[in-house]
Design a protein around this ligand. Structure first.
Ligand code: ASP
Length: 344
């Protein structure tokens, strides 16, 4: 992938690879798979990368992504920002698949007005194993990063290019695990070529900005028939600043027997926003259809719409990093920053 400087001489795009661990970097140990392989070692295993772009490697973390924490998202976002402000054309981040959706959402909000690509990838099978999907995924991630037409945060996995704000891991083992939830793929990698779905999004006119203030005090609760209201009440006492409820179907909250509405009202009175989303994977929630949704909306709960629970929870952490005023939180929650809010 060549680009030309002012003298017309070809040069290769400069891409920074940030390695953070995950299965892709793992080797067997007495305690199971553990990330040990460095970014440089991974790159050396993929000869096809030669000549595609100029690669610099930064070993930032070496974690199973179950150990990922909001502080590490900040480290990743800061590394991306520094690199992109100092001449790099794009970023590839190798990352565990288990929490990649959260990291992708976090980077989408923390790196505002991105006019360059930040591409996360990983694998279901370690890169040193013969049947690995890691080499293909890294190569594809570099193809997208060096292609340069897409700007923003994406996950590239099993030939798919998924926008970072709507990704979810849907299979625990299958290669095609990363899906775009309630959105289209940004494109695919077909026979080594980056094929976009439609026109790439327009570039930002405002300069890139790094917003790393996060408040991790967000609770995500999945309801069960019989969930006790005391659980929600406890959230306030434990210092949580926002609560996301994965409710039933279109966003149904029980309003009889173990009625959760008074607890939701109490949280909202305490200035703790409550967002309702759905346990269904596809089509999001619509609290206007059933009384079990309408009453929760009347109690003041916000609707997560078609956003993934991952994106909702991370967006709330990011909003809480900016303000604790409930009116402002509501306003910012419904603001579409990177495409996470779908038009009706
Ligand atoms: N447990 C691994 C991780 O998320 C799984 C993977 O990378 O596929 O780090």
């Amino acid at each position: 992938m060549g680009v030309y400087d002012l003298k017309g001489e070809a040069y290769l795009k400069k891409i920074l690879m940030i390695s953070t661990g995950g299965t892709i970097a793992s080797t067997p140990s007495d305690d199971g798979l553990t990330p040990t392989v460095s970014g440089g070692e991974m790159v050396k295993l993929i000869p096809e990368l030669e000549g595609l772009c100029e690669i610099t490697v930064c070993d930032l973390l070496n974690l199973d992504s179950s150990n990922m924490q909001p502080e590490y998202w900040v480290a990743m976002a800061s590394a991306c920002y520094t690199a992109l402000s100092t001449g790099f054309d794009g970023i590839v981040i190798t990352h565990g698949t288990d929490t990649m959706a959260y990291s992708a959402a976090a980077l989408s909000f923390m790196l505002m007005n991105l006019n360059k690509p930040v591409v996360l990838t990983g694998s279901q099978i370690p890169i040193e194993e013969p049947k690995t999907d890691g080499k293909r995924n890294i190569l594809d991630a570099f193809r997208v990063a060096a292609d340069g037409r897409l700007a923003g945060v994406y996950v590239v996995f099993a030939g798919r290019i998924v926008p970072g704000y709507c990704v979810r891991k849907v299979y625990s083992r299958d290669f095609k695990t990363m899906e775009a939830i309630n959105r289209r793929l940004a494109g695919k990698i077909v026979k080594g070529e980056v094929v976009l779905d439609g026109n790439p999004p327009a570039l930002h006119t405002a300069p890139m900005a790094l917003h790393t203030d996060l408040d991790p005090n967000v609770l995500l609760v999945k309801l069960l028939p019989g969930t006790r209201p005391e659980l929600l009440e406890a959230a306030g006492n434990l210092g949580y600043k926002a609560v996301v409820i994965e409710a039933f179907g279109l966003g149904g909250i029980p309003n009889v027997k173990r009625n959760l509405l008074p607890a939701i009202e109490k949280l909202i009175e305490q200035g703790i926003p409550v967002v309702v989303t759905t346990q269904c994977v596809y089509e999001g929630c619509d609290m206007s259809v059933y009384d079990v949704g309408v009453e929760a909306a009347r109690a003041g709960a916000l609707s997560g719409g078609t956003m993934t629970p991952e994106a909702i929870a991370v967006k709330l952490m990011w909003i809480l990093g900016h303000t604790d005023d409930p009116v402002r939180i509501r306003e910012l929650f419904y603001k579409n920053y990177v495409g996470e809010i779908s038009s009706p």
